[in-house]
Every structure is written in structure tokens, then in C-alpha cells.
Design a protein around this ligand. Structure first.
Ligand SMILES: [Fe+2]
Length: 377
């Protein structure tokens, strides 16, 4: 079997890493920046720290703060306009996965024609993406999606209200600038939900079909870090060791899931598009049940995940995932977060059409998807 491996991102990691921003921007040829973020971050300490650093270095910058959670195609259009109006030649994204994903799509559409939805990977659009893109430095303020080292962006199509994955090695940010200090003030519920997303990435990547021993090794180390440090990061946001380790776990999850994800993400995506749920929260509610479903066919792999939690055996692994979710305050049931059984069929329709379960170790039918949701009502 022939497989292709690559881990090409330049990563600048550590407390105080933000100080290196001017030199990093210079190295990738940026002189005038569009800062891309979501409105919620403006006014918060990480955003203020970025602007202060840009001002100190006298780097001209325009701002686009119109990226919504689960970014939409219209956000991308507005962001591209802000890039041109601001006469920018480079992009710095700061925020969670939505801000960074939004920035990747804006970066793409500054030089590529048509609509961003035309580049949907499922329609072969990724092949049309070239390396003619402005530089992009990604600065995450959450430890969850790992979008700063990922090659995909997920944009919601307004026509169908479904998530479209756009995928290209050229969309990997030129630099992932990861400064755990910027995560210090992240509130506990967001720390918990994004951390469960990081766990889901590492777990699903490790269980995914296909041979990728490098991803497997990284995924298990990512699981080990979440198991050890997520609760500490949630319970004590100032714990910089926990914040740093979770930032690494997040990045490792995104590197690992180039191998593939699984049915947990296929179930999670419609919970965002139909019910407006936070992506990480959805994965946090779903994960233990999905791992139970997969344990029927890959018990040894599930047991290996358990070892990363420090427990032995399939049942103990499922308990460990569930206990971590409970400890960090993730609700047990979808009904606890306002999902109605009347939404079940619409959720199942979108989940079966979602591409992530193609790499799930156990093939999944629409009936099984309904059952996986129903178990959480
Ligand atoms: Fe995710």
C-alpha cells in the first residue's frame, strides 16, 4: 500500500510567542495586514495583545471582525472586500476555529474566482486551488480545532444550510503562532467544549480507517494530553502548564486527522447547522457513545486509547471518556441542550450525507445514525 505523509506547517509555540509576530510576518513577505476575527473576541485581552504588538511594530492593519461561529459564505465575501479596501497583502487570523477557518476562505477568495462554495472538496473544487495566495499567520485563542495546522476550512452554504469542506495543502497557514498566554482568559465552558473537540479529533483519527502510523502515534499522545490536562485547564484557567499541553493536544489532533475523522463528526456537524450548537460541545456529548459503537469492530484500538487515559479495557475506556466529559461540565443528553426529537430525521439526513463517516472504522447506515442520536435523547 502506498500512502503519502506530510507535516509541513511552520509552528512557533510557547508562552510569549506573540512577540515574534513582526519578524514572522516579514519573513513571509507581509507588510499590510488584514486581521480576521469574530466580533466576540474584539475587546478581549488576546485581541488587545495582538493589536498592541502590531502597533508597536508599526505594521499597518485593517480589521475584519465579521466571521460568525460556523462561518458562512457571506462572511467570506465581506472579508475579501475588507482585504481589498484595506489594501492588505497578508492575513493574520486570531480566535477559535471559526476565525481561522474564515480567514483561510478569505485568503482563498482574494485570488480565486467564483463563490467559495465552488471549492467544495466533495465536488472536486479543491483541485482548482493554487498556491497563488497571500500569506496567512494563524493565532489560535482556543485549544480545540487545531485549524492553525490544518489544510481544510469548513464553510456553511446558505442555499442548503450544510457545511462544505474546502481542502488544499495551500490552505495550511504559513505560520501557526501558538501562544498559550492568549488562552489564559478563555472561559471554562469554552475551554471544556473546545478541549472535547481536540479529544474527538485525536480519538477519531486514531480509530479511522487507513494506514498512517505517524498520525496514530501523534493521536495517542494527543489523547494522553487531553486526559491529563483538560480538567486542569477548565478548573484553573491560569494553569499555564495545562493551557500549553492542551494547545499541543489541539494541534496534534488536527495533524492526526489528516488521516481522517469518523461518525462522531458526521453527527456533530448537523447539530451546528440545524440546532446552532457549538461544534466542540456537540462532539463532547456524542463521543463516548460513538466510541462504544466503534468498539464492536476495533476493540484493540479502543483499548489503546484507554491506555492513554491510564485505564485498561474497552469498558474502562468508555467510562474514562464519559467521566472526563462529566467532570468538565459537558451535558449528557442532546435534550439537555435543547435538541428536540422532532429534529431527528433532519439531523440524520445531513449526517448520512456528511463525508466524515467515510473513514469511520465501522460502516454506518442511516438507521444506525438515528439510533446513535436517539441514545442521547
Ligand atoms: Fe472537530
Amino acid at each position: 500500500m502506498v500512502v503519502r505523509f506530510s507535516f509541513p506547517t511552520q509552528i512557533v509555540f510557547g508562552e510569549g510567542a506573540l512577540a515574534a509576530l513582526p519578524e514572522l510576518l516579514d519573513a513571509c513577505g507581509g507588510t499590510r495586514v488584514l486581521v480576521v476575527t469574530d466580533r466576540g473576541l474584539v475587546g478581549l485581552p488576546p485581541f488587545a495583545a495582538l493589536i498592541q504588538r502590531l502597533d508597536e511594530a508599526q505594521i499597518p492593519h485593517a480589521l475584519f471582525d465579521g466571521v460568525h461561529p460556523n462561518p458562512k459564505a457571506a462572511d467570506v465575501v465581506a472579508g475579501v472586500e475588507a482585504y481589498h479596501v484595506g489594501d492588505a497583502d497578508s492575513i493574520i487570523s486570531i480566535g477559535g476555529g471559526s476565525a481561522i477557518d474564515g480567514a483561510k476562505a478569505i485568503q482563498l477568495m482574494t485570488t480565486h474566482g467564483g463563490s467559495v462554495i465552488d471549492y467544495d472538496d466533495a465536488l472536486g473544487g479543491s483541485d482548482a486551488i493554487t498556491d497563488n495566495l497571500p500569506p496567512h499567520i494563524a493565532i489560535p485563542t482556543t485549544a480545540g480545532t487545531g485549524s492553525e495546522v490544518g489544510r481544510s476550512t469548513v464553510i456553511t452554504d446558505p442555499e442548503t444550510n450544510t457545511k462544505k469542506v474546502i481542502f488544499s495543502p495551500f490552505l495550511i497557514p504559513d505560520v501557526a503562532l501558538i501562544d498559550p498566554q492568549l488562552m489564559r482568559t478563555l472561559p471554562p465552558p469554552i475551554t471544556a467544549a473546545t478541549g472535547m473537540d481536540a479529544l474527538a479529533h485525536n480519538v477519531e483519527a486514531y480509530l479511522a480507517l487507513g494506514l498512517h502510523p505517524m498520525c496514530d502515534a501523534i493521536a495517542l499522545e494527543g489523547v494522553r494530553r487531553v486526559a491529563r490536562y483538560l480538567a486542569r485547564a477548565v478548573e484553573s484557567g491560569d494553569d499555564m502548564e495545562a493551557r500549553s499541553e492542551m494547545a499541543l493536544a489541539s494541534m496534534m489532533g488536527a495533524v492526526a486527522f489528516q488521516k481522517g475523522l469518523g461518525v462522531c463528526h458526521s453527527l456533530a456537524h448537523p447539530l451546528s447547522t440545524i440546532c446552532g450548537m457549538h461544534h466542540g460541545l456537540a462532539n463532547g456529548i456524542l463521543l463516548a457513545n460513538v466510541v462504544r459503537f466503534n468498539a464492536e469492530v476495533v476493540p484493540d484500538r479502543v483499548t489503546a486509547i484507554g491506555r492513554a487515559f491510564g485505564v485498561d479495557g474497552v469498558e474502562a475506556t468508555l467510562r474514562a471518556i464519559d467521566e472526563l466529559a462529566q467532570r468538565v461540565g459537558i451535558p449528557r443528553k442532546l435534550t439537555d441542550v435543547g435538541v428536540s426529537p422532532s429534529q431527528l430525521q433532519a439531523l440524520a439526513d445531513q449526517a448520512i450525507a456528511d463525508g466524515c463517516h467515510q473513514s469511520n472504522p465501522r460502516p454506518v447506515s442511516r438507521e444506525q445514525i438515528v439510533a446513535l442520536y436517539q441514545a442521547l435523547f
